[in-house]
Ligand binder design. Structure first.
Ligand code: FAD
Length: 335
């Protein structure tokens, strides 16, 4: 099927309202649509079973032609295990010419997952969008620490971009959208839950003191299913899972998994600290580790002073990428 149309991810707030960035993207998409003929603008909503009437008319008034709704009560809150996969399935079925997603934490995760699965390029954190030569999407993004801007022409389909919030001004017009309800195969959801449960069973969570590789999560991972990512990474590395006292207090690990002064002192060959700041009481527990790898989005986090390898960035982008690289390596070794 020829790629056609502009697909926008319809992110919700926690109160099931449309995020402002969605209407901003719709406004920009109307402008792009005028430059390339015969394109429909579609918003994909992934959420609980509620009455979507007002939301459809809101999205229509900003320019959506169609609204695809995937609803299930298990989709009430954003879930790293479901939303990226569901959005990718919709994009595969569609398939669109352009995909636009707000550069929020959730949007970035969905976009990187989707681009990898669809084997296409992604221009992240764009500050402007236009149509360039050969009717291709022209994305502008800051580069060199914001000193310059780069214009990037996507040549693979779908052409994907995440766009910074509040860069475009949303403006409504007289227009209405059609609703397309898409009851996805619930097996997609069940299979993902099963997968995580299976992983939890095979990953060692009891004897962290004898682990050769230990992946530990902190408060940074105690949201949006960050710990599911930690378990997935540990499974790929045949590692054990531990965490900080914050992770214990939030209920993501047991006391037996807590690392530090009031937890366990560990001595793995490799200690991977994910979303852990590196408080003294935590460092006490890891000083006998062979190599320390730290992943943290704050470049000034104290953990970096003690790390052999420091990765500054969002764990929700870095860990899925690490897992994919490990999967690809395994696949290549099997060939
Ligand atoms: C008597 C006493 C005993 C203690 N014993 C222990 C102990 O045994 N073990 C222990 O761990 N603590 C212990 N503590 C608590 C300790 O002082 C710290 O409060 C705790 O270690 C902080 O945990 P954290 O690093 O997970 O959380 P935070 O300090 O809140 O750090 C979270 C980190 O996650 C990063 N982050 C956030 N979002 C992301 C993202 N998306 N991607 C990447 N990074 C992200 C943030 O930049 C931040 O650096 C003790 C404290 C006291 C007073």
């Amino acid at each position: 099927m020829e790629p056609n149309g502009i697909l926008i991810y319809g992110e919700f707030t926690q109160n099931c309202e449309i995020m402002p960035v969605v209407n901003q993207l719709l406004t920009k998409a109307r402008e792009l649509k005028e430059k390339i003929w015969n394109q429909r603008i579609c918003v994909c909503l992934i959420g609980p079973r509620i009455n979507y009437e007002n939301i459809i008319s809101e999205l229509g008034s900003y320019g959506a032609d169609d609204v695809i709704i995937v609803s299930d009560d298990r989709l009430k809150e954003y879930n790293h295990n479901y939303h990226p996969e569901i959005f990718t399935q919709i994009a595969k079925k569609f398939p669109p010419r352009i995909i636009l997603i707000g550069a929020t934490q959730q949007g970035k995760e969905i976009a990187s997952y989707c681009a990898t699965k669809l084997e296409t390029g992604l221009t992240a954190d764009c500050s402007d969008l236009d149509i360039g030569e050969n009717n291709l999407l022209l994305s502008t993004r800051p580069t060199f620490g914001g000193q310059l801007t780069a214009d990037i022409l996507c040549s693979t389909f779908p052409q994907m971009a995440t766009v910074m919030e509040n860069i475009f001004k949303a403006s409504a017009v007289e227009h209405s959208a059609n609703a397309v309800f898409n009851w996805i195969d619930t097996d997609t959801i069940e299979n993902r839950i099963e997968e995580i449960n299976k992983i939890k069973k095979v990953v060692n969570t009891k004897d962290i003191q004898n682990a050769k590789i230990l992946v530990s999560g902190g408060l940074g991972a105690c949201k949006d299913n960050g710990f599911a990512l930690i378990y997935q990474l540990a499974q790929r590395l045949h590692a054990s899972v531990g965490g900080s006292r914050e992770a214990f207090e939030k209920g993501y690990i047991t006391k037996a998994q807590q690392v530090g002064q009031t937890g366990k002192v560990v001595s793995p060959d490799i200690y991977i600290a994910v979303g852990i700041s590196g408080a003294n009481q935590h460092l006490t527990g890891i000083k006998n580790s062979g190599k320390i790898i730290a992943i943290n989005n704050d470049k000034n986090a104290p953990i970096f002073e003690h790390a052999d390898i420091g990765i500054v960035g969002d764990l929700f982008e870095i860990i899925p990428n690490l897992i994919r690289s490990l999967d690809n390596k395994e696949e290549n070794n099997d060939k």
